[in-house]
Structures are given as structure tokens and as C-alpha cells.
Design a protein around this ligand. Sequence first.
Ligand SMILES: Cc1cc2nc3c(=O)[nH]c(=O)nc-3n(C[C@H](O)[C@H](O)[C@H](O)COP(=O)(O)OP(=O)(O)OC[C@H]3O[C@@H](n4cnc5c(N)ncnc54)[C@H](O)[C@@H]3O)c2cc1C
Length: 483
Amino acid sequence: MTIDSKSAQISDVLTELTQVLGTAYVLTGEDTRKWQADWTKTYSWMPSAVLRPQSVKEVSAIMRIASQHQCPVVPVSGNTGLSGGTVAEGALMLSLDRLNKIEDIRVDTRTIRVQAGVILEAIHNATEEHGLVFPLSFGARGSAQIGGCLATNAGGSNVLRYGNTRDLCLGLEIVLASGEVLDLMASLHKDNSGLNLRNLFVGSEGILGVITGAILKLHPKPRAYATAMIAASKLEDSLIILNRLQEATGGMVEAFEYMPRMYIEQHLLHDPAAREPFDDPHEVNLMVELGAISPGDARIDENGSVPIVEKLQLLLMEMLEEGMLLDAVIAQNDAQRGEMWHRRELAGELTTTVDDIIINDISLPLQAVAPFLRRAEQDLLKLDKAARFFVVSHLGDGNVHFTIWPSAESTTNHEDFRTVLENLVEEYHGSFSAEHGVGVSKLGSMARRKSKTSLKVMRAIKSALDPLDILNPGKVIPPVLES
Ligand SMILES: Cc1cc2nc3c(=O)[nH]c(=O)nc-3n(C[C@H](O)[C@H](O)[C@H](O)COP(=O)(O)OP(=O)(O)OC[C@H]3O[C@@H](n4cnc5c(N)ncnc54)[C@H](O)[C@@H]3O)c2cc1C
């Protein structure tokens, strides 16, 4: 197709789309600025238009029109993804932001029914009023939408206790590439009637269908939290610490996060409000949070103390006496708890404080995190002896965010850095992609590390559901290489 015939085709498509959505909701040119780059500013693009439907019917009509004209469509929610999943050069971007209704909250069944464009934090606010919580949480919760969280099977800080987004999803509504609506909006806890299609679409990053609604599981909101920063004498002890906390509290650990000294230093450097977590600097800084659901663990006694906080204090004292911990600070009020969380949740901003970054989102068997981290730095320094490594980890579930900051002198390309890290991930039986998804940033890793058979099955599923390859093309599944 020539450039002229292509632009004539796009203009026809936009005319048809405008008839469905109205002029105000078919954005082009400068009006699409907000959607022209990813959150990290690693990728930028020019979409042919951004479409903002308000109903499932409109999403369906968009997909029918796109199918007829074989136009690529990139679903976008909060655009906070960290893998370039919304790159959309010359494509139609389908924004779900106007499908933003919370349709039903059921206190008896502890479920919520939402449209895909509802912002994660809005779900938190709505459920908390009922003493319930949707426990998926991370730094971008004020912008990420539930459709994007489902599409990436987002993880965050509470996976240890509640699982990832897939574990929190009961029902799903999807518009397929053809425009057909696949209604899986059941709120069943058991359903073995054939293949589990819901689980296939969760985590599919917009390549199989457009998620338009969901039924999600809620949990009782903890009545009290005990939150602490602790300094361990060595990272290898972290599993013992975690297991002791779990056993002593009957599994109340909500979060178990790791921030090495380098992280704390970057925080002190870039956040004017930042303070040292302890009087003395330590290498292994952990943030732990317990959540008490039963009233007995949360009730303030006559001395003004809360049982769960007392319990944490006792446990930490024991471990300090044993020499497993070097220091510990327990939050005494909401402001101190907020300060601890703020430090941890600034990870995204701190990761992007330099221009050249290679984000890696790795998962490892829990016992492998400490040796992996030691070896990773050694191996990568052989490629670039002045490289720096920005590490932060959802340690309780083995997820390590390992960002490489190559030195200004480095001539090594990004994929070579990634390959070295992948070799080590493979050696420790981990995965190169834990919670952010593949998008375009990990296509190389997919090609190098996934078995031929896995890729064949993925391609077969993709072409069965999207034979024209119009949904988020070029993402997740690497192209077949000519031999
Ligand atoms: C500061 C910060 C902290 C973060 N912390 C975490 C963390 O702890 N854990 C974690 O897992 N992630 C984290 N992320 C990554 C990101 O927020 C999540 O991946 C989030 O789930 C993306 O949601 P979104 O609405 O922004 O989706 P988008 O970025 O808009 O989209 C992400 C992908 O999903 C597809 N998609 C979006 N909506 C739909 C839909 N309705 N139907 C089908 N496909 C769709 C897109 O095409 C794209 O491929 C963080 C990001 C930032 C910026």
C-alpha cells in the first residue's frame, strides 16, 4: 500500500469511528500528546488516533471497524506499564478511561464488579468504606486502571498474602478482535467447565482481547497494621526472619520488601523529605508489615498499645538479641507508616533518575535471591566495570527489580547486559519476567529463553483469536526468525 492510499484508508476509518463515538472522543494530532510516550520515557510514538469509548457496545464497534480495515489497535489504560506495552506507532489507541464505573460492591460475597477503566485507587477508596480491601497495591495506584492491572497480571507489595491480580479475579468481560463480546462475568470460586479462558486473558497484555469489565475478590480490611523497618545482618537470613514472623502471627505478613543501601542513598539524594531509616547506615534494609484482621489482635488496650504492634516488637527484640537483626524501627502512627511506604513506593521515580536504564523484573526461588544478587553484580561488572545497579525487591515473593545503569563510557548494548543477567536467572531457575509483563522491552528475552514449543503454542492461540494480528501487534510474542 502506498503512503497516500494508507492515509486515505486511515481517514475513512476515522470517519467511521467518529460516527460511532462522536468527534470529541476520536482524538488526533496534538490532542493525543498524553498518549505518545510510556511512563519511563523510553519509548515514544505517534498514534493515528486515540479512541475513548464509553460503553462495551462502542468498544465492540471499534473492533469491528478495525477488523474490517485491518487497522492495528493498542488498548491503553493508565499508561503506567513499564515494558513498552502501549507503544502504538501509527495505530489506533483504545483508551478505556471512560469505562470508569464501579457497578456493584457486595459485602456478603466480598466481591466488586467494575468497568475496566476504574482507577485502582478508586477501588481501594470504595471498598474501604465497607471495611473491605482490594489488596492489589503499588506506587502507580493513582493512575493505573484495573483493566491494565488485569492485562499485565500486576503483582505489587501484597502478593505474599493475597496473590497477584489473577488470583484476585473471579470474572472477566472481553471484547475480541472480531468485535464479539466474550462474557465470563461469573463470580464462581469453582468452575471446571472446560479450559479456563479467564486466566488466559489475565496477563495477555492486550494481544488477545480488550478487557472491558471484571468481578474481583475483596478481603476484610486489616483493623490494625504493624509496620517496621528492620536492618538484617545479612540478606541470607531474610527467609528465616520472614518464616518466624509468619509462624508467630499465623500468616499476618502483608509485605516484606528489600531495599539495599544504594536504594536508601538514592532516596536521600532525590527526595527532599527523605530521612535515614536508622541512626546508622545498614546494607540490608527490610520493610515489613503485618495486618491484623481479627479484633483481638487490633484492639487498643488500656495502656494504649495494640496487640499486633506489641507482638511485632517482641519478635524483633528477640531477633535483635540473637544478632540476626542490627536495628529495627516500628512505625508509631499513620504518618510514620506512610513515610515507610513512601520510601518504598518511590522506587519507580528513583529507577528513572538517570537517562540510560535497563529495567529487569526478575522472579527467583526465595532461597536464590541473595546468591543471585551477589553473582549478578560480579558478572555484569565484567561488561562495564563502572556500571551501577539499582535494586529493590518484593522479597517475600522472590521478585527482584534489578535495574542496570550503564556507565557513560559503556559501549555494551542493552541486550548483551540482559543476556548475562538471563543466564544467571536460568541458572537459578527463575524467570526474566515477574510482574510487569513483556510488552516490547522483553521480546529479546522471550526469543532467547522461551522454548520453541511454548512460543508455538502462544502463536497458535494468538492467531486463533486474532487472525489478522490487529490487537497490540508486535508485543509479547517475538516474530518467527527466518533461518
Ligand atoms: C511508579 C510505578 C510503580 C509500579 N509498581 C508496580 C508493581 O509494584 N507491580 C506491578 O506489577 N507493576 C507495577 N508497575 C507497572 C504498572 O503500573 C502495572 O503494570 C499496571 O498494571 C499497568 O496498568 P495501566 O492501567 O497503567 O496499564 P497500561 O500501561 O495502560 O497498559 C499495560 C498493558 O496492558 C494492555 N492493556 C491496558 N488496558 C487493557 C485492557 N483494558 N484490555 C486489554 N489490554 C489492556 C496495554 O496494551 C499494555 O500492553 C508500576 C509502575 C509505576 C509507574
